[in-house]
Design a protein around this ligand. Structure first.
Ligand code: SF4
Ligand code: SF4
Length: 231
């Protein structure tokens, strides 16, 4: 460890729009999460980075990256700059974005970020569904572990559940999500969900953090491209 890990600041990541952070003690994580990422137990902490709201997209647009994966590339650079500034000389490695088998939603549950929604995107009381996982790094430093984000699932107090009625494919219910119905509907040329999820945009929780339309379209056009390639 090359610097005082107790004194790290996440302000630089916040400024980049990467404003959600959770530090886990790797040794305390369930073995099925930890073992594939750090089989030699080389690292001490896992840093989960996410974004909530619109700022990340604004920063990525301002950066003007002409790459195939501009959000990932922006995130990689921002995380590397943060380590260089806050933990110079510290050994770390980025396991997401990448090909490693990272249980993002499982980590999100452990952080208190992720509660299951009927449309299967995570939801919480602070950001609604307008947050996402952006990076996972393994760190050889004694960063203080982050307390669990408090707050119950907003779905527990959402009696009307408007997202369920809004899904034009009838893919949602309180207990089940039909991926088959969702995919079949999204592929239709007349689908209202080719570049959005109508159920997600119908959720009334934290509308002030809703991504702008260009970000929603970017995200869902990528998932549609995967559907059309592999399904
Ligand atoms: S509309 Fe209600 S049930 Fe649906 S995700 Fe939002 S809070 Fe949960
Ligand atoms: S993308 Fe469309 S079809 Fe799929 S769950 Fe959302 S609203 Fe339903």
């Amino acid at each position: 460890m090359a610097s005082d890990a107790e004194a790290v600041s996440f302000q630089r990541l916040d400024d980049a729009g990467l404003n959600l952070h959770a530090v886990f003690d790797l040794a305390a994580l369930p073995a099925e999460l930890r073992a594939p990422l750090d089989p030699d137990r080389r690292y001490r902490r896992l840093l989960l980075v996410g974004h909530g709201g619109r700022r990340l997209w604004e920063r990525v647009q301002a950066a003007g990256l002409a790459s195939e994966h501009p959000i990932d590339d922006f995130t990689r650079a921002a995380v590397a700059a943060w380590f260089a500034a806050q933990l110079p000389g510290c050994a770390w490695t980025l396991v997401y974005p990448g090909d490693a088998p990272v249980g993002l939603q499982a980590l999100g549950r452990l952080a208190g970020w992720h509660h299951e929604s009927p449309f299967r995107v995570g939801v919480n009381a602070d950001w609604g569904s307008w947050f996402a996982y952006r990076a996972v790094a393994l760190v050889d430093a004694d960063l203080p572990a982050t307390p669990l984000q408090a707050g119950a699932s907003p779905c527990l107090s959402c009696d009307d559940r408007p997202c369920i009625a809004a899904c034009p494919a009838g893919a949602l219910s309180a207990r089940e999500f039909s991926l088959q119905k969702c995919i079949a509907y999204r592929r239709r040329p007349d689908s209202r969900c080719r570049v959005t999820c109508v159920a997600r945009t119908s959720c009334p929780v934290r509308p002030e953090h809703r991504y702008d339309d260009a970000q929603i379209a970017y995200s869902y056009s990528r998932s549609l491209a995967m559907i059309e390639k592999f399904c």
